[in-house]
Design a protein around this ligand. Structure first.
Ligand SMILES: Nc1nc2c(ncn2[C@@H]2O[C@H](COP(=O)(O)OP(=O)(O)OP(=O)(O)O)[C@@H](O)[C@H]2O)c(=O)[nH]1
Length: 398
């Protein structure tokens, strides 16, 4: 009995708030090791007896080394989408994401259900982590409308942290390192979510050089000079520094990125042999707290602003509609047919002859209220698709 009560009580944070599941969204350039990293952190949480809830948003992946609770491939057939819409690989990914996004309410509903205690099954612990894998074509997710909707929806329900995976051996020259950091920077400012930069594949190359470049401007300058002298940016053979534009561009960008580096947590891991995973989860905890402290209020403010704008827009449309209908005039009998009412379910109308004289103002108000209610209802309604919901339910783990 005591065991049941404990299992159904969510744990609490030091500030007394109930512990919420944290969503970790893995993003990174093609081949950076997102899938291998996902497999590693998934195994790590399983070993700690805290199995996560796993979502795969990559429709094009052919083999996944871990099991997903929700997998975009089960509801959207990427190959068929390409055929049917006559699309190339990137268009196929984007269209598959668009189709999947139409079901985002159901996906979030399932995540919320699994992250809360289940009164019918008190022994089942709510998940503490939701892991999300994204397409290798990073821009198809980060810069698409569907990617934004999916991320916003997750972030509006759970503290959400981005894990930006970097292929460390491939980022060891100043130019590839800077390209990676610029990409990370644009994602951070686009998504407005806390970010952890994960230097992966450190079994091949240690990430200390990257950490140094991010904290010591002069060390980066030194590396830049070495790359220029070593003709790393091209140019005529033997001339040394290439055109010189690349060097000065990287130089200016490194200055600009100093501010961006302050917002990041940096960890080095090897998804292959499992080093650095504990540090990664410490960073997740830190970033989740930062989300609640700094990002949540801003997100709430933006959401309230959006709601207010929507309300104003709705009122405007309603006003326009009421004017268009010129409620002040009695409708001509030929234009509007009699409303056939099922009397059993209706309030009896007053037999008083004066009922015809209900003033137009009252009529307009009643109609307006009904329209308002109808529009509100329409906004709140969730797309129902029984077969999809049934399918997703069947995908839920334990
Ligand atoms: N040495 C080493 N190789 C790794 C590590 N992580 C991933 N790899 C290798 O890197 C390659 C790409 O890894 P994936 O996990 O498929 O990368 P991805 O980012 O999911 O790839 P896409 O989804 O195609 O963009 C594979 O050959 C992995 O075995 C690591 O920590 N160390």
């Amino acid at each position: 009995m005591l065991k049941m009560a404990l299992a159904s009580t969510p744990t609490t944070r030091p500030d007394g708030q109930p512990e919420q599941a944290v969503a970790v969204v893995c993003i990174g350039m093609a081949g950076a090791g997102k899938t291998t990293f996902m497999q590693r952190i998934n195994a790590h949480l399983h070993a700690k007896k805290e199995p996560p809830y796993v979502v795969n948003l990559d429709p094009a992946v052919t083999y996944s080394p871990y099991q997903s609770n929700i997998d975009i491939r089960d509801s959207v057939n990427y190959k068929k989408v390409m055929e049917e819409y006559n699309l190339g690989p990137n268009g196929g990914i984007m269209t598959s994401l668009n189709l999947f996004t139409t079901k985002v309410d159901q996906v979030i509903g399932l995540l919320e259900k699994r992250a809360a205690p289940d009164p019918e099954n008190p022994n089942r612990k709510p998940v503490k982590h939701i892991l999300v894998d994204t397409p290798g074509q990073i821009e198809a997710f980060v810069w698409s409308a569907s990617g934004s909707i999916l991320l916003d929806s997750i972030a509006s329900s759970f503290p959400t942290v981005l894990a930006y995976i970097v292929d460390t051996p491939r980022a060891s020259s100043t130019s590839t390192f800077m390209s990676n950091m610029l990409y990370a920077c644009s994602i951070l400012y686009k998504t407005k979510l806390p970010m952890i930069v994960v230097f992966n594949k450190t079994d091949v190359k240690d990430a200390s050089f990257a950490k140094e470049w991010m904290t010591d401007y002069e060390a980066f300058q030194q590396a830049l000079d070495n790359d220029q002298r070593g003709n790393a940016f091209g140019g005529e053979e033997g001339s040394g520094s290439g055109s010189g534009y690349m060097g000065s561009l990287l130089n200016s960008m490194s200055l600009m990125l100093e501010e961006f580096y302050c917002h990041l947590n940096v960890v080095s891991v090897s998804s292959l042999n499992g080093t650095g995973i504990d540090e990664f989860f410490e960073a997740v905890k830190e970033k989740a707290d930062e989300f609640r402290r700094d990002y949540q209020p801003e997100l709430d403010r933006l959401r309230a602003e959006k709601e207010e704008n929507k309300r104003k827009q709705r009122e405007k449309e309603l006003e326009k509609m009421m004017k268009g209908m010129s409620m002040g005039d009695a409708p001509s009998s030929s234009a509007v047919g009699d409303i056939k009412a099922d009397d059993d379910e209706m309030e009896p109308l007053s037999s008083d002859e004066d009922s015809d004289e209900i003033d137009d103002e009252q009529d307009a108000e009643g109609l307006q209220a009904r329209y308002e209610a109808a529009m509100l209802h329409q906004e709140n309604s969730v797309t129902a698709d029984a077969s999809f919901a049934k399918y997703l339910h069947s995908q839920r783990g334990q």
